[in-house]
Design a protein around this ligand. Structure first.
Ligand code: 5GP
Ligand code: ZN
Length: 114
């Protein structure tokens, strides 16, 4: 369990709404509420972890699954051919605002900085 006020924990548990594009027992992917590209999806673990820095060697399987999910979602949403960008902001000065680990998937046209 993560912090009770973590918006991504609430989305992961279904307590807050999101336009989900993928879900399994450990991972959820959903459309970003303020898209920086025509397609802007966030892939998150259901288990709360603040940043990439907190992950441990035993999380390799989960991280691998999230990474491999990105091209699958890109394919499903039709953004593979033109190219897509994958971003992980880690820490305040890197632009991280939500401190529940997430991977940005951006594509389908002009991509702004995230
Ligand atoms: P960060 O800057 O932390 O890497 O990115 C956080 C992202 O989460 C931002 O792109 C922001 O638009 C998105 N976001 C923040 N709150 C919500 C929310 O409640 N729902 C959705 N779908 N996205 C959110
Ligand atoms: Zn959380």
């Amino acid at each position: 369990m993560g912090p009770a006020d973590c918006i991504f924990c609430l989305i992961a548990s279904g307590s807050a709404p999101a336009k989900k594009v993928y879900e399994d027992d450990k991972i959820v992917a959903f459309h970003d509420i303020h898209p920086k590209a025509p397609v802007h999806v966030l892939v998150i673990p259901k288990k709360h972890v603040a940043t990439l820095t907190e992950y441990l060697p035993e999380d390799a399987d989960l991280l691998g699954k999230m990474m491999l999910l990105l091209p699958q979602i890109a394919k499903t949403l039709g953004i593979t051919a033109r190219g897509y960008k994958v971003v992980i902001n880690t820490g305040k000065e890197a632009g991280q605002v939500v401190f529940h680990f997430h991977i940005h998937l951006l594509g389908g046209g002009t991509i702004e900085e995230v």
